[in-house]
Structure formats: C-alpha cells, structure tokens
Design a protein around this ligand. Structure first.
Ligand code: NDP
Length: 450
C-alpha cells in the first residue's frame, strides 16, 4: 500500500524528493489504521490527502536599492482545510521550490491536527533570499509578494505566519500591505508585533514548546532536563528560544549554527551569550562565527562540504535539538548521536532527520520527538493569536505560556495514546502520525467527497 501511494506521488511529481519523503513517513506509520478502517481505502483518503486542495504560484517582481529589477517566484500551497482554515508559515530562502513547500504543507496538516485547535494545513513562500538585503529591499519584496497573495488568504480562509527567513520584520511589511489592499484590520497573519495584534510568547513558542515536549518525554522516565548537555542547531527563531527555555530548566546548551558553520561552547551558552546571539542575528543580521570572536574560548567550525557528516552532532551530549532545517541529520549523524550517548532527540525543525536516521533513533529506543509533535508549539500559539484577535483582547504572558504548556502536554499524551492503541508503545513518531491522520480523516469522512 505504501509502495502504491508513493508510486502515484512519484510519477506525478518525480522531482519533489522532500515531498515523497514526507508522504512515505506518514504512510508507513498509518498502515495499521488503514487495516482497521477499510472504509478509508474505499474513500481514497490517501490519494486525496497527497493532492493539495489548491496551489497558487505567482511572479514577484521588485526593485533593489540600485534600481535593478528582480523576479522571484511566490507560492502558497493550501493543502487541506478539513478541520479549519489553512494555517502554516511562509519561507523565504533560495532553496524554496514547490516540492519543499508541499512537504511542509503536508506535515503541517497533521501537526495542526495534533494541537487541539481548529486549523487546516498550508505553507508558502518564495525563493527570495533576505540575507544581505536592506530593510527597504525586503519591504519592497514583501509588498510585491502580498500584492498577489492577499486575494488568496483571509482570517477565515488561510492565515500565514513566519518560517525560515520570515520573522517579525517581514510579517510587519506583509501585514502593512495586506491591510492597505483589503482595507481591513483582521488577524490574517500571525507572528504580528505585540502593539498591533500579536500575541505574547508567539516568537518564543516553537522553541519553548520543543523544550516542554522534551521535558514531557523525560518525565516518562522520571528524569528532568536539569544539568543535561544539549546540542542545538540553527541560530534563528527556534534555536534562540530553545536555548532560552533550556536555561530556564537549568540545562546546558553548548552549540549553535548557521549555514556557514557552528560554534561549540563547552562552558555553556548562558543568558548573556544568548543576548549577544539575539542581537547578532535579529538586529545586526550577522553570522554565528562572530560568537567565537566575542567569546574566544568557544570553537568555531566552518561547514566542510567534503565531510559526509556534521561535526555538530558528534559531541558527547544528553540531548539534541535540531532547529535549523530539513534533513540536517543524516544517517551517520544519527549514528554519532546515539554512539555519543544522546538520550533525547527533539525536533524543533521540520523533518530534520533523514528516514534512515529516524530508524536508528527508533531502533536504539532513545526518546525521539518528531517535529510534527515537538515543534507544534509555534502554530499552537498562532492559533491562540487568532483567538485573541477575534475576541479583540490580549492574554498575559503567563496565560499564553500556561496554555502552550497545556497544549504540549496534551500533544505528548495524544502521541503516546495513539502509539499504544496501534501496537507501538512509546513510539512518538508513529503516535504523532496516527493521531494527526485519524483526526483529519474523520473530518474528511464526515464532510463527504469534496
Ligand atoms: P530562521 O530563519 O529564524 O532560522 C533558521 C536557522 O537555520 C538559521 O540559523 C539558518 O542559518 C539555519 N539554516 C537554514 N537553512 C539552512 C541550511 N540549509 N543549512 C544549514 N543551516 C540552515 O528560521 P526558524 O528558526 O523559524 O526555523 C527553523 C526550523 O524550524 C525550520 O525547519 C522551520 O520550518 C521550523 N519551524 C519553525 C517554526 C517557527 O515558528 N518559526 C514553527 C515550526 C517549525 P542561515 O542564517 O545561515 O540561513
């Protein structure tokens, strides 16, 4: 059955490697659900799930500071809205293509179903690279991008947010243009700044949620994060707030990275050093190498394309929090992590581990929290931002954090229950896929063939 559906997907779109990977992982997990529910096969549920409801592809032309014109591609993949309006981030990165956005949108459908909130799944973005661009260039790009996107989104239709390359600055420019075009002040984007409709804890939510999820997993073994040495990759939104929450739990984060290299700080990244990283990345838009210039005891290792593994994952540690991008842990990295004594892998990024690596984690019975569950805190607080927008009020930091913690607790329990019910106790990977799948599919079955 897995082979059948993958054949269809690969024949239709042979170049969408990441999408094939995401579909393969979900289908593998949900085979026992299909066995128990033959009506899902009859209703061609899988065939319907892998075909987006709609894909919008558009030209984004913009002018740089020297008056030169550039043309990028914009996308929005509206994957499935069986349980609520499409919801999912926008990614601005030169690697963006339809296959990557379809993988992210597909993952998002099941992730959103796990959050307990009524949100469908979507994803979008552009092959535009904000790195090295001035604020004015980024603004002009965002305005041009929204000049087309606005007609496809809305607070009850599709509510985008940030992702790689789309942070508070980009959301601001996108929202400004949306508001001007539709002449409405509505909650059509999440991740907005606080004083114009944003939610407290939204920027922090993915990283915080990932750490809460790791703490939940450890609690099943009567352990805590206290004193744990943690490898964190990335140095953007998710990585920064993962480090912040790890410090709250008295853990010891020792690495951060960007696409040029990584730093290893054996003494631990403390709050002052994290403040430096936040300024470096969010204000100066610099490279992580500067960390080792500021703190010379830390080791900087540039990316070496000749290596078939990432040395960041080859340090002795208790926990690993991949928080940069997809497929950043290959098979050898996974082996190194297990060999070096890592007992927890908690995915802040989406699909950061290749399938062979996932098998290694599952076979070695470490605590492995897949991205779909572990990084669902971001979209959960986006859901809470939408609720606050429609109620026209703002909850306190404590209130949002309390709800985030409750949601991560519930996602963790839902994964465990689903894994147990389908004969794979303790397998969060299967549990997340099964629980998300069942919720979406039941809604699709109720709503008929549409
Ligand atoms: P940011 O743009 O804030 O940061 C991304 C970080 O990852 C940067 O340090 C970047 O380095 C690094 N990175 C990106 N691409 C690569 C690459 N190809 N190789 C090595 N490093 C890379 O993004 P976020 O922190 O928001 O997102 C990180 C991950 O978390 C993504 O997988 C995203 O999908 C996922 N995620 C994010 C959520 C959110 O709320 N923001 C929610 C759920 C998941 P550089 O600066 O050099 O590009």
């Amino acid at each position: 059955m897995k082979a059948d559906i993958l054949k269809v997907v690969m024949e239709k779109d042979p170049n969408q490697r990441e999408f094939h990977q995401a579909v393969g992982e979900v289908v593998e997990s949900i085979l026992p659900v299909l066995d128990r529910n033959p009506e899902y096969r009859k209703a061609k549920i899988l065939e319907r799930l892998v075909e987006p409801d709609r894909v919008v592809l558009f030209r984004v032309s913009w002018m740089d500071d020297r008056g030169e014109i550039h043309v990028n591609r914009g996308f929005r993949v509206q994957m499935n809205n069986a349980i609520g309006p499409y919801k999912g981030g926008l990614r601005f990165h030169p690697s963006v293509n339809l296959g990557i956005l379809k993988f992210l949108a597909f993952e998002q459908v099941f992730k959103n179903a796990l959050t307990t909130l009524p949100m469908g799944g979507g994803k979008g973005g552009s092959d535009f690279d904000p790195k090295g661009k001035s604020d004015n260039e980024v603004m002009r790009f965002c305005q041009s991008f929204m000049g087309e996107l606005f007609r496809h989104i809305g607070p009850h239709t599709d509510v985008p947010a940030g992702d790689i390359g789309v942070g508070a600055r980009e959301i601001g420019y996108l929202y400004g243009m949306y508001k001007k075009l539709v002449n409405e002040f509505t909650g059509v984007l999440t991740g907005k700044n606080l004083n114009w409709g944003g939610s407290l804890i939204r920027p922090e939510a993915t990283g915080y949620g990932s750490v809460y999820f790791a703490a939940e997993m450890l609690a099943t073994k009567n352990k805590t994060l206290e004193g744990c040495v943690c490898l964190v990759s990335g140095s953007g939104n998710v990585a920064q707030h993962t480090v912040e929450k790890l410090l709250d739990f008295n853990a010891k984060p020792v690495t951060l990275s960007d696409s040029s290299g990584y730093i290893f700080d054996e003494e631990g990244i403390d709050r002052d050093k994290l403040a430096f990283v936040k300024r470096l990345k969010n204000v100066k838009r610099g490279r992580i190498k500067a960390y080792a210039e500021k703190y010379p005891h830390a080791l900087y290792t540039p990316v070496d394309p000749a290596l078939d593994y990432n040395p960041l994952w080859d340090h002795s540690a208790d926990c690993a929090f991949p928080s940069a991008t997809q497929n950043e842990i290959n098979e050898k990295d996974a082996r190194n992590l297990v060999k070096n004594g890592v007992k927890v892998v908690c995915e802040g990024a989406n699909m950061p581990t290749v399938p062979e690596g996932v098998d290694i984690f599952l076979d070695s019975h470490i605590l492995y929290g897949p991205g779909k569950a572990a990084n669902a805190g971001g979209v959960s607080v986006s859901g809470l931002e939408m609720t606050q927008n429609s109620m026209r009020l703002s909850w306190t930091r404590e209130e949002v954090d309390k709800r985030l913690k409750m949601i991560m607790h519930s996602i963790h329990q839902t994964c465990l229950n689903a894994a147990e019910a389908y004969g794979s106790p303790g397998n969060y990977f299967k549990g997340a896929n099964i629980a998300g799948f069942v919720k979406v599919v039941e809604a699709m079955m109720d709503q008929g063939l549409v």
